[in-house]
Ligand binder design. Structure first.
Ligand SMILES: Cc1cc2nc3c(=O)[nH]c(=O)nc-3n(C[C@H](O)[C@H](O)[C@H](O)COP(=O)(O)O)c2cc1C
Length: 365
């Protein structure tokens, strides 16, 4: 393991001078295997880990550390923390600095009630004073890059300006803004006007996050917000070519067309990459359904692929369904935008599950 050399400036993007792209941190998604698959189709400029939970008993989770230590994508990775205790956050930072991270990212956005009720993640947005204390400590502990990922507020954007001023006061190096409140979860309209407001108020570069569905939308959102780049989550699960397409869009080229045959290749690659040794086939198939819930939003307008895919129980059945829907017309375009009204709804979604945390089990488009 190479010890981290603390960088002092943001690493250059893959296309110098162009807006940045980043893969949004997603618990249970952005692990080593998923990042490798995304990098195969065109890496983003920056990766972020799933959040490391910080509390009295916590030690940095081994599987998340793997995504840092075994990162061969060639792109820098920021380690995200969620927590509120200054001492334990400082201890975790020191542990993470022994790994090859690009910097430390603070989660100020997770909207899961189980998380925000502990006053961490999005819950902290209610307490700017506490956020100030955490940022002061992190700034003192982190010799290199300190980044923050935040929503625009808890129930409303009343604290937004105070929080943005803290970003300046503590010399945060990069701010990602998901343009929704915690209460708005994942489905409301995104307040791009407030992302634009953040861009005008903070000194550091801002990444615009929330419903960046395609390269064309990324271009439009950058025009609206004047952000330094985009951070993309769910739509990179649906379309892992999106970062390459963004670079093409930003350089004035037409983004490369993706076909259904390309998507069949993606499904196969994802299946093999995410297959943990010894995992029961049925469980691997269920795991795939969570990703395919997003992929299916661009396969057909009727949702027929999603319907059939959700009913499979074995690898053979799953790939038969993929072949039927993706290889019948292999040259047909996989459209860059999702079909309207085709919803990614994991079959396990229940109101109870919504209290569990930020995970694919609980979050739908
Ligand atoms: C399954 C899932 C897990 C997530 N986990 C995290 C997380 O660990 N840390 C975080 O800051 N945000 C997390 N998020 C929020 C995303 O990073 C992102 O802000 C949100 O999905 C909006 O962006 P999008 O519209 O591009 O998906 C998660 C989102 C999803 C869908």
């Amino acid at each position: 393991m190479t010890p981290a050399v603390a960088p002092t400036a943001l690493p250059a993007g893959l296309q110098p001078g162009a807006p940045f792209t980043a893969l949004a941190p997603m618990q249970d998604v952005t692990d080593l295997a998923f990042m490798r698959v995304v990098a195969h189709y065109g890496a983003p400029d920056f990766f972020f880990t799933e959040f490391f939970r910080v509390h009295t008993q916590s030690r940095p989770e081994k599987h998340i550390l793997r995504s840092i230590d075994e990162n061969r994508t060639g792109r820098p990775i920021f380690a995200q923390l969620i927590g509120e205790d200054l001492g334990h956050l400082a201890r975790t930072v020191q542990a993470l600095l022994r790994h090859p991270i690009a910097g430390i990212d603070l989660n100020l956005g997770c909207p899961a009630p189980k998380v925000y009720k502990k006053n961490v993640g999005g819950g902290l947005l209610r307490e700017p004073a506490k956020v100030g204390a955490i940022l002061a400590m992190l700034r003192a502990e982190v010799p290199g890059l300190l980044t923050v990922k935040m929503r625009i507020g808890f129930a409303d954007a009343g604290n937004f300006d105070r929080l943005l001023d803290l970003i300046n006061e503590h010399r945060v190096d990069l701010l990602s803004v998901h343009g929704r409140t915690v209460k708005e979860m994942y489905r409301s309209e995104v307040h791009y006007d407030l992302i634009a407001h953040a861009v005008s108020r903070v000194a550091c570069p801002v990444l615009a996050n929330g419903n960046v569905t395609s390269a064309a939308r990324a271009g439009a959102i950058l025009t609206t917000t004047a952000a330094a780049g985009v951070m993309i989550g769910r739509h990179a699960i649906r379309n892992p070519w999106i970062f390459r397409q963004c670079r093409e869009q930003f350089s004035g080229a037409t983004p490369a067309r993706v076909t259904l045959a390309d998507v069949r290749d993606y499904v196969e690659r994802l299946y093999r990459a995410t297959q943990a040794p010894g995992l029961l086939e049925r469980l691997q198939v269920n795991k795939m359904k969570k990703y395919l819930n997003f992929v299916g939003q661009s396969v057909d307008a009727s949702g027929a692929f999603l319907h059939d895919m959700r009913r499979t129980e074995s690898e053979l059945e799953l790939f038969r369904v993929c072949d039927r829907h993706l290889l019948a017309e292999p040259a047909r375009e996989f459209p860059p935008e999702p079909y309207p009204g085709v919803i990614a709804r994991p079959n396990c979604e229940t109101p109870h599950a919504l209290t569990d945390g930020c995970s694919l089990e609980t979050i739908t488009a």
